[in-house]
Design a protein around this ligand. Sequence first.
Ligand code: NAD
Length: 473
Amino acid sequence: MQIIEQIYIDGAFVTPHGDEYFDLFNPATGQVIGRVRLADAEDARKAIAAAKRAFPTFSRTDKRERVAMLRRMHAAMVAKEDDLFEAIVEEYGAPVSRGRWMAQHASNVLLEAAKVLDDYAFVRSAGTAEVVMQPLGVAGLITPWNSDAGFICGKLAAALAAGCTAVVKPSEMSAMQTRIVTAALHEAGLPPGVFNIVTGRGETVGAQISSHPDVAKLSFTGSTAVGKAILRTAAETLKRVTLELGGKSPMIVLDDANFDEAVPLALQAGFMNSGQACIAGTRILVPQARLEEFEAKIVERVAEIQSGDPRDPRTSIGPMVSQKQWDRVQRYIRIGIDEGARLIAGGEGRPQGVDTGWFVRPTVFSHVKSDMTIAREEIFGPVLSIIAYHNTEDAIRIANDTPYGLQAYVCSSDAGRARAVAAQIEAGRVLVNTLAHEPAAPFGGFKQSGIGREYGTFGLEAFLEPKALLGVA
Ligand code: NAD
């Protein structure tokens, strides 16, 4: 049983003023494996004050100093990779191969930010004016549980690269992972107050950060509902806001696609991160004329997918993170059945032979209509919907028939056709015949999937404000 009783403020590990204890679970067993003492609003205010004190000096650091800091943070995270991997598997339930990728991703984002910063020009000209890109101030960074370390490090990397100081509010459900990240980043030896990490509830710590007048910038990843609440609160003090929210991403399988490639790609895109991924390709759009062929291959392949013990290397779908998340996914499977979609794989309950833990059967519905609940709402579990279309225009219309617009996938054996379709999709990223990530490219949503972009130069500029100087030339 791990008891976590410290938060990180002003360069030191301190006992929170908050005194609520929160249980931490192993989702593969449903057992309590730890407890975390949560920070409260007063702790959040102390962290904001520390970041505010650190800002004047830190914001004037030379970019080479900050590149060196990011490199030290990267090295410190690499040194803790194995501990972080263990915590990801234990506390989040990620299958081992995914868990290893997540642990490495958390350090990689720091190195990527160092590269972007290295190449970035903070001073440029516009007509006769000199334009200086200036750090915004104290940044509040609020992150979810589905990639705790990656989101903490990614947001911190961009904020610090820009010269902002930061207060991070991670999910209370990821305290073991956060403890390791915090210990690693402390080792990097940054000046006190430059970053602060306060684990607490969204309604208290998160709300305090979103409303505090000394916070200039918010970067939030999480649900669309909470994102909207944060935006409303932030309006009061006109904070700059970046929101990375939910998705209902389409996987558009064009009629010329090779199904031996498209089917595994669609299942990987749909079931990534055990289905708990905002970018999961959960709506699979298939040509009506080839629907049966596609369904047969899906059924064959899903039978080979193991949802179970995350430590078993054959597992590709781990447990849902919590009982609440398991209940939510079960509810959606029931809704799909009740609405008349055709269940072709999986279904309600746990996988065969599994009787504990928050495991879900990899589930695929076919004959789904675009107006059904399972095609419209984000399920955040391994539940996919196959929607048939008549022609390419129809496929594009269905793909865009969603309030979301985070990511989309196109599968085709004709690169030109795929590109033409991609051009008509309303999404922040469109992946053609690939699931590869490009860290230099912007990431973020159209429509209700969010506001703003992360990663690369766009992600850095989200923490900067242009200032024009006239008459100085
Ligand atoms: P959530 O929105 O409930 O919580 C996210 C974070 O916000 C947590 O740290 C939470 O404590 C905090 N929070 C909650 N209420 C708050 C409030 N009133 N004020 C300030 N902060 C508050 O989301 P979750 O359940 O942790 O994560 C799952 C959701 O996140 C899914 O909907 C998923 O799509 C989304 N998500 C999006 C992305 C993306 O990049 N677009 C990535 C991962 C997850």
